[in-house]
Design a protein around this ligand. Structure first.
Ligand SMILES: NC(=O)c1ccc[n+]([C@@H]2O[C@H](COP(=O)([O-])OP(=O)(O)OC[C@H]3O[C@@H](n4cnc5c(N)ncnc54)[C@H](OP(=O)(O)O)[C@@H]3O)[C@@H](O)[C@H]2O)c1
Length: 243
């Protein structure tokens, strides 16, 4: 089976590290042209730009914080001026923190909601005029949204919000042939340090007895981005090793 993404135009938010990086490289290897964004200058962004250049294609790594409406506008303008239209939108950028709900400051609630939920909504809103008939929007949620996790009420609220956003947009945009879905990862190794007791707890919780890797999430994003999933919309696909 072929993904047939060659020549497709894609945007992926938060593509310089972790899952987003695997999605960007997966799309580029499948022949799509990709615009991606990040917040911080540094080695991760430089390395991705180098790797994309080696792969060939029309790719762009842009500094834009999707928690800031003016940055979203600029990012959308880059998509419009460079690509003219979009076939794939992957809302991957996300932030998390671990704070007891009783101590959660309003600013932190806003930071996590602004990036994970509001940023996603307004990236979709901004790119709407560019979306082709048959375009696919993939929102990266979290298994935690439907499980619930202590110290992450703000994060799970944001990710649960993505499911409602996705259901409604699937219905509103379906008549244009646009599909909207959520990929909800379980625990994934993305290069950061995972304390041994946490790793052990996950091993016991997950049917496959291990954490996932970024490419295993990216593979499902690629499936949803491609026409292989042409009759899948409004869905949340959990990619969690059977947690
Ligand atoms: N890893 C997991 O176990 C897991 C599990 C469930 C769900 N998820 C979800 O999967 C997605 C990716 O997670 P990850 O673990 O791969 O994250 P990560 O390793 O922390 O990487 C996040 C990426 O997003 C970018 N980013 C963060 N905030 C941004 C913003 N406001 N504007 C633009 N770019 C931003 C980062 O760029 P900078 O470095 O420049 O900030 C980085 O490229 C998130 O939505 C996360 O909630 C992850």
């Amino acid at each position: 089976m072929e993904l047939r993404l060659a020549g497709k135009k894609a945007i992926v938010t938060g593509g310089t590290r972790g899952i987003g990086r695997a999605v960007v490289l997966g799309l580029a290897r499948a022949g799509a042209d990709v615009i991606t964004c990040h917040r911080q200058e540094g080695e991760a962004a430089d390395r991705l730009a180098r790797e994309l250049k080696e792969l060939g294609g029309d790719h762009h790594v842009i500094k834009a914080d999707i928690g800031r409406p003016e940055d979203i506008e600029r990012l959308v303008e880059e998509c419009r001026s460079r690509f003219g239209s979009l076939d794939v939108v992957v809302n991957n950028a996300g932030v998390i923190s671990h704070i007891p709900f009783a101590e959660l400051p309003l600013e932190e609630w806003r930071r996590v909601l602004d990036t994970n939920l509001t940023g996603t909504a307004f990236v979709v809103g901004g790119t709407l005029p560019l979306l082709t008939a048959g375009a696919s929007v993939v929102n990266v949620g979290s298994r935690a949204a439907t499980v619930g996790v202590p110290l992450r009420a703000h994060y799970t609220a944001a990710k649960a919000g993505l499911i409602g956003l996705t259901r409604s947009l699937a219905k509103e945009l379906g008549p244009r042939g646009i599909r909207v879905n959520v990929v909800a990862p379980g625990p994934v190794e993305t290069g950061g340090e995972i304390p041994a007791p946490v790793r052990e707890r996950y091993r016991n919780l997950i049917a496959l007895g291990r954490l996932g890797v970024s490419e295993e999430i990216a593979n499902v994003v690629l499936f949803l981005a491609s026409d292989l999933s042409s009759f899948v919309s409004g869905e949340t696909i959990h990619v969690d090793g059977g947690i």
